[in-house]
Design a protein around this ligand. Structure first.
Ligand code: ATP
Ligand code: MG
Length: 451
């Protein structure tokens, strides 16, 4: 039996008390059967949307998607989605149903669901409705479509990526017929909105079986990001590598910590290599300036996906600097990086480098870890010294400059920036008197036309 949280049980009982049938269903049920803690509980019920609202009169309720039959009820701080049993009408666009029809039969509702493991319903008194063998597939760790895969992917092509996502996150195999259908129908993904694709893709990338999915379904990934396709079979004949560019990238994705920005960065970090490959007279391959090209590819791919500003900024920093040599970087340069990118991003670069090295020839990893240690020591020192990182941390500001006679102007900004650079380069103390004195020199210099 699965353990249903008390709030969810209460919601089921309220629906039952009002004469409706109701079950928990979907991801939470799947996770609970696997012995995992589930957080997002979904309820499906015979009650119509209006009837759900009436049954939960007095509770906080959000009319999330009332047209499609979904209402969110909040019980003791827990949000529970309650949806009326539903049959989806035809799909003419491979995206959403042309219409939905409510029904009072749970079996019909389960039929519209994507995979057997997501189509098991459990009532508050422990009755299990499992018409497609979902529990068996959970037991056998298998993703399998409810019904005919070709038909189901044709209705909503996002299910292709959802299959890969669940397989990656849960480390479930995908049933053979479903696998074939995924490859056969991948072109339909072009009809799905980039937001829905990107959200599934990010979850897929952070899954535990990401290496298997990116390897076995590279064709699907290239449907989303055609710019990555040249990486496949791009050989790297040099002493540092043992894999082609795509295999290396996939292994580095799997090696890096499971955070969206890091995983995306590893996916893109060497995408510029096929465009920069040269072979010298000894037959050794080089990829000069590939990081810059990779950065441009990541930039345009993430823009196409309408990725958030935070994701874009972070991924581009990681991609551009993935090849940095931490043991060769001076404290001054690290300070500059920290000022420009932020401490978190700079620390993450070490993780990027670790994962990148882990996917090289085996002899590369240990030395890279040592070099990381050297760089990280410097970072630690900077943190301890609490050195000045941002312009606003300067011991003077625009107001101080104004008091000493500098009009608010572009010049003022330039002077502050110069002072800031001199402080992080250790050329001057971050101390008010010294800075004001230097500021007046800089202003005079500017008035005399120095640059
Ligand atoms: P997660 O752990 O990510 O919440 P989930 O299985 O709960 O996984 P949701 O996207 O929250 O996934 O969807 C809830 C349920 O709704 C699914 O378990 C599935 O039964 C059904 N579902 C969601 N999206 C689709 C879809 N595109 N096609 C068919 N059924 C779907
Ligand atoms: Mg869910």
């Amino acid at each position: 039996m699965i353990k249903i949280p008390s709030q969810v049980n209460r919601a089921l009982k309220i629906l039952n008390g009002n004469g409706y049938s109701a079950y928990v269903v979907g991801g939470a049920v799947r996770d609970a059967f696997m012995g995992r803690d589930a957080d997002d509980w979904d309820i499906t019920t015979s009650a119509l949307p209006e009837e759900i609202l009436n049954a939960f009169n007095g509770f906080r309720v959000i009319e999330t998607g009332i047209k499609h039959g979904t209402v969110t009820v909040i019980i003791d701080d827990m949000s529970i989605e309650i949806t009326t049993y539903r049959v989806d009408g035809g799909y003419s666009d491979n995206r959403h149903p042309d219409s939905v029809r409510f029904t009072d039969r749970i079996e019909e509702d389960l039929m519209r669901r994507d995979f057997t493991v997501n189509a098991v319903a459990v009532s508050s008194d422990g009755e299990i409705v499992d018409p497609f063998g979902g529990r068996n597939d959970i037991e056998n760790r298998l993703i399998s479509c409810v019904g005919e895969p070709d038909k189901r992917f044709g209705e909503d092509a996002l299910r292709i990526l959802r299959a890969l996502r669940f397989s990656s996150v849960l480390d479930f195999k995908i049933d053979e017929k479903t696998v074939k259908s995924i490859h056969d129908n991948k072109k339909l993904l072009k009809n799905v909105s980039c937001e829905r694709i990107f959200s599934e893709l990010c979850k897929l990338l952070c899954g535990q079986a990401v290496e298997r999915i990116l390897t076995d379904f590279s064709d699907v990934i290239f449907e989303i990001f055609p710019e990555l396709e040249p990486m496949e079979n791009c050989v790297q004949n040099n002493p540092y590598h043992v894999y082609d560019v795509w295999t290396h990238a996939v292994k580095s994705v799997a090696a890096v910590a499971p955070e969206t920005e890091l995983r995306l960065a590893m996916l893109f970090h060497d995408s510029g290599k096929p465009h920069t490959r040269t072979t010298d007279e000894n037959g050794i391959d080089h990829f000069y300036n590939h990081a810059e090209i990779s950065c441009r590819i990541a930039e345009s791919s993430l823009a196409t996906m309408k990725a958030s500003k935070r994701i874009r900024e972070r991924v581009l920093i990681y991609v551009e600097y993935h090849d940095f040599w931490p043991h060769m970087i001076s404290k001054k340069t690290f300070r500059r990086y920290i000022a420009e990118f932020g401490m978190d991003a700079v620390k993450a670069l070490f993780e990027v480098r670790r994962a990148d090295s882990a996917a090289h020839a085996p002899h590369v990893y240990e030395p890279a870890l040592k070099e990381n240690e050297i760089g990280l020591k410097i970072i630690e020192e900077i943190e301890k010294e609490d050195s000045c990182f941002k312009i606003k941390d300067l011991a003077i500001n625009g107001k101080d400059l104004e008091k000493s006679g500098v009009e608010p102007s572009p010049l003022m900004g330039e002077v502050l920036k110069k002072l800031f650079n001199e402080v992080i380069d250790d050329r001057i103390e971050n101390e008010k008197e010294a800075l004001l004195k230097r500021a007046s020199e800089l202003v005079k210099g500017a008035e005399n036309g120095d640059s």
